[in-house]
Ligand binder design. Structure first.
Ligand SMILES: [Zn+2]
Length: 423
């Protein structure tokens, strides 16, 4: 397969990609067309490596309205609602919803998802269901699973044993929720235990960490410490980190270098944290997203996650990582040219690093996985939530969509509108 005349996220234009045996073989201008191979004209549109969602909950997705709607839209009612839904879940229905979501994802060029899966259910029903889904979607989507003790590793009676069982069954990553344990001390102890389990088993770690507005929550510091102590640099992620928004500035100036030194990745979930955090505030209301530009400036790798789509916590969302990038950009006020590009990176290359994806990128030798966007640059892609014209995985076209144009019939001014030309 030859892709002709693409624009790349780094700004290069008129680039061709020659794909052979599922990999990108050559990248450059004016490549010779392969004998008998497919030639696709990118028409100067933006060719990007696929979107990557660094933080999701696939066991709850598309369950909106089951068994009822979250009336207040708050985190606490969401957790209560999930508790009501859990006993009603069946493996078949969960698999069906997850597969449907994966279809949505692929159609939007989202080809790798890290999903947390609740292990605080002695049946491990969601674990078994998502392991089956991981296998089913493997030919077209990388699904990475995190063993997530939603009700607390130490607070929920069988969570530690269930977590080990889930890992034995093949769940990829060790999860946690230290701020939900009964005490700060228990939270710190859960971080130690979980990091040690990951070190013993050679696994990655991704914890819901300090997901509160509590300025004194300190679990990210503990996570950085154990990462350093156990030599887990590059394999550990702190998800949410919303308390950092409310922390004392002096303390944060000490914390940021500790996170960077430990090579701990950070994940912000802009859509969710802008709606769920700051709910106990009157005015002014805190924004409740972690300090994204400051983390990046300190040398920390930051990815964005979708977190939820149509579930007990969030009734919106469509699996569109460009919507996630747009919200992150606005909430973090990352409106500089560099900042806007960083937001595109947060839903592509940065998140790929968090998942540890092999062969991700558009260089020769990388997997032939990419998405063609009806935009001329990453910033335009975010601005327009650009249509995904083509989604390719391993050199195989998984999805195609027509360019978006609107036929106008205005008195005296008929014609078509192509929004990408309104620059
Ligand atoms: Zn989450």
């Amino acid at each position: 397969m030859l892709i002709r005349n693409a624009t790349l996220p780094d700004g290069r234009t008129g680039i061709d990609l020659f794909v052979q045996a599922g990999r990108i073989a050559v990248v450059g201008p004016a490549l010779a067309a392969p004998e008998g191979g497919e030639v696709i004209d990118a028409a100067g549109w933006l060719l990007s490596p696929p979107f990557v969602d660094a933080h999701f909950h696939m066991d709850a997705t598309l369950s909106y309205g089951l068994p009822r709607i979250n009336q207040s839209g708050t985190l606490l009612e969401g957790i209560a609602l999930w508790g009501e839904l859990k006993p009603l879940l069946t493996e078949e229905a969960l698999i069906e919803r997850a597969l449907q979501y994966c279809d949505w994802a692929v159609a939007q060029g989202l080809l790798a998802i890290r999903s947390h899966v609740d292990i605080c259910d002695d049946r491990l029903l969601a674990v078994r269901a998502l392991l089956a889904v991981r296998q089913r979607v493997a030919p077209y989507l990388d699904l990475q699973l995190v063993a997530f003790p939603q009700d607390g590793l130490l607070r929920s009676p069988n969570a530690l044993a269930n977590l080990r069982r889930a890992l034995d069954l093949g769940v990829d990553v060790v999860g946690g929720i230290p701020h939900f344990e009964r005490t700060m001390v228990d939270g710190a102890e859960s971080v130690r235990l979980l990091c040690e389990i990951a070190a013993e088993r050679g696994l990655r770690v991704d914890m819901h960490c300090d997901e509160s507005d509590d300025p004194l929550s300190r679990h990210i510091e503990t996570l950085a410490f154990h990462t350093q102590r156990l030599g887990l640099q590059g394999r550990v992620t702190g998800s949410h980190l919303t308390s950092m928004h409310s922390m004392d500035n002096y303390y944060v100036s000490k914390l940021l270098p500790l996170i960077a030194e430990a090579g701990v990745h950070a994940v912000a979930n802009p859509l969710i944290n802008i709606t769920l955090q700051g709910r106990h505030d009157s005015y002014p209301k805190r924004r409740g997203m972690t300090r994204v530009p400051e983390l990046l400036a300190a040398g920390v790798n930051v990815g964005f996650g979708h977190d939820c789509v149509m579930d007990p916590w969030y009734s919106l969302g469509a699996g569109d990582m460009l919507e996630v990038a747009a919200m992150g950009l606005h909430v973090a006020q990352m409106t500089s040219s560099a900042g806007m590009h960083q937001c595109f990176d947060a839903v592509t290359v940065n998140s790929a690093r968090i998942l540890g994806l092999e062969g991700y990128g558009l260089e020769a030798g990388c997997r032939a996985d990419f998405v063609l966007l009806q935009a001329r640059s990453p910033v335009e892609a975010i601005r327009l939530r650009a249509p995904r014209l083509l989604v390719v995985r391993g050199g195989q076209v998984l999805a195609r969509a027509p360019e978006r144009r609107v036929a106008l019939n205005l008195p005296g001014r008929p014609g078509a509108v192509d929004f990408t030309l309104q620059r």
